[in-house]
Design a protein around this ligand. Structure first.
Ligand code: G6P
Length: 482
C-alpha cells in the first residue's frame, strides 16, 4: 500500500515492442518525474495508462517498473476517452480553440465518448482506491482525470485528494456551450478533491468563477475569492453527503536550473550546437520549441517572422529562425493538418526570401531534445507566443541555458507571462504586426540590457523547481487546517 500516489494519463515510462518480440523501456523526463523523486520511492506509487500496444504488452507480460502501475484499459475505451474527449473536447475548451461555426457538436457520438471518458476515469479511481494506504495522499493530474477526485472520494472518504490542472481553465462564459449535465459532472468531479492546484491565479479564478451561486441536481456551490479569507476555493453542499469545501491554490511550476544546465552541457549537445553554429554562421537566431500544438500559435509566429523580413529588410541574411515543432497527437486530423500547414508556411517563407547561402527558417519536426537544447543555447531571441497555455516551460528553460543571454518575446496567453512578463517583450498572441515589431526590438536589444533581463528571467524561472512544487502541494494536502 502506498502513502503518496500520483495519477496521470502519461506515466514516467513507456515500452516499445520490437519486431523480434522484445520489449524495451524508456523513461521520460518532465516536472512530475523530478517532482515525485522528492518522495521516498518505497512509499509512493504512480498510476498511469497503457498508451499503446507496447505498453499493453508490458502490462500483459507483468513487466513493471518499481513504483509504477500501468492500467491496461480497453483500447477502444481508451481511444474515445483520450482522443475523443480529453484531447478533442476538454483540451479545446480549456484552450478555447473551437472553430465555432463547425464545433463543438454535442451529439449521440459525443455521449458515447463521454461514457468512455467516465469509464476510463473510473478505472483510475478504482486502482487508486485499491492501492492507497489508510489516509494516503493522492495527487491526480490534469484534464484527462477530472472525474477521478469525485469518484475516489466516494470509494475512499479517508484519503486526502489533490488535483492539479496543467492547462488553463476555461472561462465560465465559454463553458456555457457545454450541456448542463456534462458541466455538472465535470465540476462536481473536481470538487471531490480537498485541494485543487493551478499554475496561475488567472486560471484558478476561471475555475472559481464557474461557481457563482451554482445550484444543480447534485447540490449547491459557491466560489470564494482571495479577500482576506485564509483560503480560496469553493464551499459546497451536496444533496447526498452534505457540506464541504475544496481549497484552490496556485503553484507556478518552474525549472531546476542546475539539472537543466547539466543536461544542456553534455557532449552530445555540444556536438549538435557545433553543427547548428555551422548552419547559422554569424547570423542572429530566433528560437522556438513546441509540440506541434494548435494552442502554441506557431502559424502566427511564422507570419510575424515573414512580416519582420518584409518590413525590416536589413535582417535579410542576418537572422535565422530555428523552429522545433515536434509531432504530437497525430491521431487527430486537426493536428496533422496543423503540422502540414506549419511546414508549408516555413517553405513559403524560405522560397520568398531564401538565397543560395541563406535559409531563413530551419524547421525540425522531430522530437529531438538534444537539438532543442542546442538551439536554446544558441538563442539570441526566444519566441513563445501561445494563444492560451497553462504555464509554458520553454519560456522558462531558454533563459536558463542560453549561452549569451536571450531576449524573450512572450505572449500574454502563456501562464509563464505572470512571472516573466516584466523582463520579456510582451505580445498579444493574435497581433502579428506587434509580434514582428517585438522580434525586431528583441534583435536590436543592447547586449547589456539583454544580459540583465536574462539573469532576472532565469531567476524567476527557477523560483519553484519541480521538487519544491510537488512537496508544497503534498504539505498543503496533508494539512487539513485552514
Ligand atoms: C500538456 C498536458 C499534459 C500532456 C502533455 C503532452 O502539457 O497538460 O498532461 O501529457 O501536454 O500531451 P500528450 O497528449 O502527448 O500526453
Amino acid at each position: 500500500m502506498a502513502s503518496v500516489l500520483v495519477a496521470s494519463n502519461r506515466g514516467p515510462v513507456s515500452y516499445t515492442l520490437g519486431d523480434d518480440g522484445t520489449l524495451s523501456s524508456r523513461r521520460g523526463g518532465g516536472g512530475l518525474v523530478s517532482g515525485l523523486s522528492a518522495v521516498d520511492s518505497q512509499d509512493s506509487l504512480w498510476v498511469c495508462a497503457a498508451l499503446d500496444d507496447g505498453d499493453r504488452e508490458a502490462v500483459r507480460r507483468g513487466v513493471a517498473e518499481p513504483g509504477v502501475r500501468m492500467l491496461d484499459i480497453d483500447p477502444e475505451v481508451y481511444a474515445d476517452a483520450y482522443n475523443g474527449i480529453a484531447n478533442s473536447v476538454l483540451w479545446f475548451l480549456h484552450h478555447q480553440l473551437y472553430d465555432i461555426p463547425r464545433e463543438p457538436v454535442f451529439d449521440a457520438a459525443f455521449r458515447r465518448r463521454w461514457a468512455a471518458y467516465r469509464a476510463y476515469n473510473r478505472a483510475f479511481a478504482e486502482a487508486l482506491a485499491a492501492e492507497a494506504a489508510e489516509g494516503a495522499s493522492v495527487l491526480v493530474q490534469d484534464y484527462h482525470l477530472a472525474l477521478v477526485p469525485g469518484m475516489l472520494r466516494e470509494l475512499r472518504p479517508d484519503l486526502r485528494i489533490g488535483h492539479f490542472t496543467h492547462t488553463p481553465w476555461v472561462s465560465s462564459a465559454y463553458l456555457r456551450m457545454v450541456p448542463d449535465d456534462i458541466v455538472e459532472e465535470l465540476l462536481w468531479g473536481m470538487l471531490g478533491a480537498d485541494e485543487l492546484g493551478f499554475h496561475t491565479w488567472g486560471w484558478a479564478s476561471c475555475f472559481i468563477s464557474c461557481f457563482q451561486q451554482r445550484e444543480d441536481s447534485t447540490g449547491t456551490a459557491q466560489g470564494l475569492w482571495p479577500s482576506g479569507d485564509p483560503w480560496y476555493g469553493v464551499e459546497w453542499r451536496r444533496h447526498d453527503t452534505g457540506k464541504g469545501r475544496t481549497r484552490v491554490r496556485v503553484y507556478a511550476l518552474g525549472v531546476d536550473g542546475d539539472d537543466l544546465r547539466a543536461l544542456a552541457h553534455r557532449p552530445q549537445v555540444d556536438d549538435r550546437l557545433a553543427r547548428l553554429r555551422e548552419e547559422v554562421g554569424d547570423r542572429k537566431t530566433i528560437v522556438r520549441v513546441d509540440r506541434t500544438e494548435l494552442s502554441k500559435n506557431i502559424l502566427r509566429g511564422l507570419l510575424a517572422y515573414r512580416e519582420l523580413l518584409t518590413e525590416h529588410p536589413e535582417w535579410h541574411d542576418r537572422v535565422v529562425h530555428l523552429a522545433s515543432a515536434y509531432p504530437s497527437r497525430q491521431d487527430l486530423e486537426s493536428y496533422r493538418a496543423y503540422t502540414a500547414s506549419v511546414v508549408e508556411l516555413a517553405e513559403e517563407i524560405n522560397a520568398e526570401f531564401g538565397t543560395a547561402d541563406w535559409q531563413p527558417v530551419l524547421v525540425s519536426v522531430e522530437d529531438d531534445f538534444t537539438r532543442s537544447l542546442a538551439a536554446y543555447r544558441l538563442a539570441d531571441v526566444a519566441l513563445v507566443n501561445p494563444v492560451r497555455d497553462g504555464m509554458n516551460l520553454v519560456a522558462k528553460e531558454i533563459p536558463v541555458v542560453s549561452d549569451a543571454g536571450c531576449a524573450l518575446v512572450l505572449s500574454t496567453g502563456a501562464g509563464a507571462h505572470r512571472e516573466l512578463g516584466k523582463d520579456a517583450l510582451t505580445v498579444d498572441p493574435f497581433d502579428v504586426t506587434g509580434t514582428a515589431e517585438a522580434l525586431h526590438a528583441a534583435l536590436t536589444m543592447p547586449d547589456a540590457e539583454r544580459a540583465e533581463r536574462t539573469e532576472r528571467l532565469a531567476e524567476a524561472a527557477t523560483a519553484l523547481p519541480p521538487q519544491r512544487w510537488f512537496l508544497d502541494q503534498l504539505e498543503a494536502l496533508r494539512d487539513p487546517s485552514d
